[in-house]
Write a protein that binds this ligand. Structure first.
Ligand code: GTP
Ligand code: SPV
Ligand code: MN
Length: 597
């Protein structure tokens, strides 16, 4: 097939990839409806996709991935830099030479008899000064159709690229889906990504974590901007003014939910609204006004299905009603629809589970959907999508919020004392692990800025870059930490979460406008209990006070764990963060001695 571009940099690279993988056919993805329809038909004819009930779910499809290929695999993910120190102590590392050699062995003839698809895509609105262009070469129609939802693809991207050599070269091959030969290699020094032997989203939709976080964070380090694992939302007050916040929570810790939150009725009646700009990734730049401005580089949501329902996240549910791909959820054979845990209280009796086994949701003890099953839905479907979500200039960020799943340590919310202290708070973020990555679930691990699996360079340098960004921006956002997941002794969540999180957002916005006081505590500013609005909320004052207390002993344990983590970072750890750790340590020790005396 004729190529869609005359860009010699692109053509030379494609030639190399073709001669290595030897596909039977090469198809350039132009992004047209006709081409995409043909691909959907073809995928349905081979069983790669199944069309859902087109009356109930127009344009929607169903897909299952192999049993051992259902989540990101962090132990198969590598940052390949010439100097090992550039990848740093928190990333798996291989030299580019070794990784390319190993990759070449695996990719040699890997597309024999298959069709290769070449997808030109833009991360960010096509032509925006924030945006970046990539290509994904893949042998998977599933990948093409997902990339069509998650990014902007096709001819229009090539028109913007012109003859430029500034693009990310992504190569994905399903190969044999052999887990022992599964690798996700990143070569930040040559804007290249190679991913083989997987067909699961986070490993193979190369625009997402691989480019928009790992490669982009490296580019941001070199070029003076930030690529972060953050949602972006706008909060509109009754006067119609909108303030934007960005929030970083680790995988499956509530970004999609917070991004699409519906404020409690008492707020809606007054005229408060929440608008979604993005649910997973933010690219942030300093502008002349000294503020950080952000775009969502994606065009869709790759969201966790289980737990999503009309009550917990109505807007996400609505986003999935058309033109959506569902992966590894349960399939209702009676009416060709989908189901997952907590979808509703009426599981199908005649269904297939996420592995394709016949499944009766009423009697089976097994789960119907995999805990990391996902929907891929166009952002434009979302009822609360912000009018600014495709603004090429981005939106100005008033607050940055870090958060994780902590049963005990972190209070419901607190504010950092300064940018440097805020960077410390982000750097010491920790959370219980979830099903979004393969491995044990529920173990506390440090996950700085929710970027541990996604930072494409040395974590110490990354912290230094954060500190510099605050210095360069005259008017950076205020930094906060939240925890929706504090539990009582029985393990029940103390805070109702979801829409009620708006009450915490309200306090955060007021703090940004100097509209409310706070108490200076050992760890930063915490709200006075009376400043969190509990009107029409079933949370007693005692419980709220409990949610805002700081348990010195568990914080002292945390200090040890932060210290250990910092030791692992080693030489590149900035002085400013050591200083903040020692201030916190001093505060807690003083408090401890005070209480003993
Ligand atoms: P990734 O797409 O993996 O980056 O995940 P995410 O951060 O977008 O997480 P998501 O919003 O999909 O939420 C993951 C899980 O957390 C779901 O099971 C939600 O139901 C649950 N969750 C989200 N918000 C809250 C909350 O405020 N309280 C409680 N208890 N659970 C929540
Ligand atoms: C995450 O794990 O943070 C996700 C899903 O958003 S994946 O694209 O698989 O990384
Ligand atoms: Mn994510």
């Amino acid at each position: 097939m004729q190529s869609l571009t005359s860009n010699s940099n692109v053509l030379k690279w494609i030639d190399e990839v073709v001669s290595m993988t030897k596909p039977a056919n090469v198809v350039w993805i132009d992004g047209s409806d006709e081409q995409l329809s043909m691909l959907r038909e073809e995928a349905c004819s081979t069983g790669e996709l199944k069309a859902l009930n087109q009356e109930k779910y127009p344009g929607c499809y169903y897909h299952r991935s192999q049993k051992d290929d259902v989540a990101r695999m962090e132990d198969k993910t590598y940052i390949c830099t010439t100097d090992r120190n550039d990848a740093g102590p928190t990333n798996n590392w291989k030299s580019p030479k070794e990784a390319y050699e190993l990759g070449r062995q695996i990719f040699e003839n890997a597309m024999w008899g298959r069709t290769m698809y070449i997808i030109p895509y833009s991360m960010g609105p096509v032509g925006s000064p924030f945006s970046k262009i990539g290509f994904e070469v893949t042998d998977s129609i599933y990948v093409v159709l997902n990339m069509n939802i998650m990014t902007r693809i096709g001819k229009k991207v090539l028109d913007v690229l012109g003859d430029s050599n500034d693009f990310v070269r992504g190569l994905h091959g399903k190969c044999t889906l052999d887990i022992d030969k599964r690798f996700i290699f990143h070569f930040p020094e040559d804007n290249t990504i190679w991913s083989c032997n997987s067909a699961y989203g986070g490993n193979v939709l190369l625009g997402k974590k691989c480019f928009a976080l790992r490669i982009a964070s490296y580019q941001g380090w070199k070029q003076g901007w930030l690529a972060e694992h953050m949602l972006i939302l706008g909060i509109e007050n009754p006067q119609g003014e909108v303030k934007y916040v960005a929030a970083a929570f680790p995988s499956a810790c509530g970004k999609t939910n917070l991004a699409m939150l519906i404020p409690p009725e008492i707020y809606r009646k007054k005229g408060y609204r929440v608008w979604t700009v993005g649910d997973d990734i933010a690219w942030l730049k300093i502008k002349e006004d000294g503020r950080l401005w952000a775009i969502n580089p994606e065009a869709g949501f790759f969201g966790v299905a289980p737990g999503t329902n009309d009550k917990s996240n109505y807007n996400a549910m609505m986003s999935t009603k058309k033109d959506t791909i569902f992966t590894n959820v349960a399939y209702n054979l009676d009416d060709d629809t989908v189901w997952w845990e907590k979808f509703d209280s009426n599981p199908p009796e005649n269904a297939l589970d996420w592995q394709g086994n016949s499944w009766n949701g009423k009697t089976s003890a097994e789960k119907g959907a995999h805990p990391n099953s996902r929907f891929t839905a166009p952002a434009k479907n979302c009822p609360c999508i912000s009018g600014e979500w495709e603004s090429p200039e981005g939106v100005p960020i008033s607050a940055i919020i870090f958060g994780g799943r902590r049963a005990k340590t972190a209070p419901l919310v607190y504010q950092s004392r300064s940018w440097q202290h805020g960077v410390f708070v982000g750097s010491s973020l920790a959370s219980e692990t979830t099903a979004a990555a393969a491995g044990k679930v529920g173990v506390v691990r440090r996950d700085p800025m929710a970027m541990l699996p996604f930072c494409g360079y040395n974590m110490g340098e990354y912290f230094g870059h954060w500190l510099n960004m605050g210095k360069k921006a005259g008017n950076p956002p205020k930094i906060f930490h939240v925890n929706w997941f504090r539990t009582n002794d029985k393990g029940d969540f103390l805070w109702p979460g979801y829409g009620e999180n708006f009450r915490v957002l309200e306090w955060i916005i007021k703090r940004c406008e100097n509209g409310v006081g706070a108490e200076e505590s050992l760890i930063g500013f915490i709200p006075k209990a009376e400043d969190i609005n509990t009107e029409e909320l079933d949370v007693s004052e005692d419980v709220l006070r409990g949610l805002l207390t700081i348990d010195v002993e568990s914080w002292l344990e945390d200090i040890d764990s932060i210290g250990e983590f910092y030791n692992k970072i080693g030489d590149t750890l900035p002085e400013g963060l050591k200083e903040e750790l020692s201030i916190l340590n001093q505060n807690l020790t003083d408090a401890c001695e005070g209480s003993i005396a």
